[in-house]
Write a protein that binds this ligand. Structure first.
Ligand code: ADP
Length: 325
């Protein structure tokens, strides 16, 4: 009810938009757009007020491309990816649970002194699970998940970014509780603004939690290997072998690890095919489990995607602005 959209309506821009109340007899609209709008209609069959001045094609784009009704990620799917090693995930979980999940589940309790902070900024190298955390928030809070990459607003949606964001918040209002995850938010800022952001954060730091998502811990890598292979019944590595792989993957992110496991799991298949059996005749049970040598081969192909100098930048940021700083 107290929700304030982040983009101010400056009057003029709305009148320039194709403003249209969706009538059932609007022939100019395609079937898929109509279906999508019908799904947003209330029990009275009318489109909610908030959506009436928005362009149908943008509402359709938000509903089909940005909205994820079933973000199928839970806390347990995410490796312990934050610093420090032991308290890290607990800290991220606590911040996220108190700041986002509980207020979504019990807005009546989170008023006054308990009003949640203004925002939660997850930062860290790519492929470390920030999007997964966003989805897990929505999953745990039974909320609809909306994902938008800020860089698409300045590339794909040039000149229409504001309209799209308005459509996004309009649809999210009708789909509450909702989590809106804005990826690559730094792409909206120039170098100069990034400095301003730092100053702003210095002043308003109390209102904004910054959680550093750091992937490169030994046990997190072991967890990802085991978790991914076990799902397919392919995990047969000993503890010692798992440790060897973890030592060889210093600096690999969560998504690097996922790519590595994927590549290693092809090893037994490639070997079985070398025996001359065609792929269509291959008996799944005849394939050996994934072994250390498969990881050693895969390591030639899959290299870490984040350099140590990039990592240094994030660490510096964490020292200045991180919630554990
Ligand atoms: P980010 O948003 O930080 O760039 P993502 O959440 O998109 O990273 O991660 C990409 C993929 O890498 C995920 O879908 C998942 O398969 C894997 N991954 C990354 N980090 C983790 C993690 N901490 N635990 C488990 N899987 C991870």
């Amino acid at each position: 009810g107290n929700f304030v959209p982040p983009i101010r309506n400056n009057g003029g821009s709305t009148s320039n938009m194709t403003s249209r109340v969706i009538g059932k007899n609007d022939d100019s609209m395609g079937d898929s757009t109509r279906k999508c709008l019908e799904m947003l209609c209330g029990p009275d069959g009318e489109l909610p007020e908030k959506l009436r001045n928005l362009e149908p094609r943008l509402i359709e784009h938000v509903s089909n491309e940005i909205m994820d009704k079933d973000p199928n990620v839970r806390w347990d799917d995410i490796a312990n990816s934050c610093q420090p090693a032991i308290a890290g995930l607990e800290h991220a979980k606590k911040c996220v649970t108190e700041m986002v999940i509980w207020p979504l589940l019990r807005p009546d309790i989170f008023r006054g002194c308990r009003s949640p902070g203004r925002g939660l900024l997850l930062f860290g190298p790519p492929g470390t699970g920030k999007t997964m955390i966003g989805k897990a928030i929505a999953g745990e809070a039974k909320a609809t998940f909306f994902y938008i990459s800020a860089s698409s607003l300045t590339s794909k949606w040039i000149g229409e970014g504001e309209k799209l964001v308005r459509a996004l918040f309009g649809v999210a209002c009708c789909r509450q509780p909702a989590v809106i995850f804005v990826d690559e938010i730094d792409s909206l800022l120039s170098q100069e603004q990034q400095t301003d952001l730092k100053n702003w954060m210095k002043q308003h730091g109390g209102d904004l939690q910054n959680v550093y998502i750091f992937p490169f811990l030994h046990q997190a890598r072991a967890w990802i290997i085991r978790n991914l292979l076990e799902k397919d019944g392919l995990f047969k590595l000993s503890e010692e072998e798992t440790n060897i792989v973890c030592k060889l993957t210093e600096g690999y992110s969560g998504s690097d690890m996922k790519n590595l496991v994927k590549d290693a799991s092809m090893g037994p298949l490639r070997e079985a095919l070398q025996q001359g059996v065609g792929i269509t005749k291959l008996n799944k049970e005849d394939m050996r489990p994934v072994m250390l040598k498969d990881f050693e081969t895969a390591l030639q192909e899959v290299r870490p995607s984040v350099s140590s100098s990039e990592l240094g930048t994030y660490e510096e940021w964490n020292r200045q602005f991180g919630s554990l700083a």
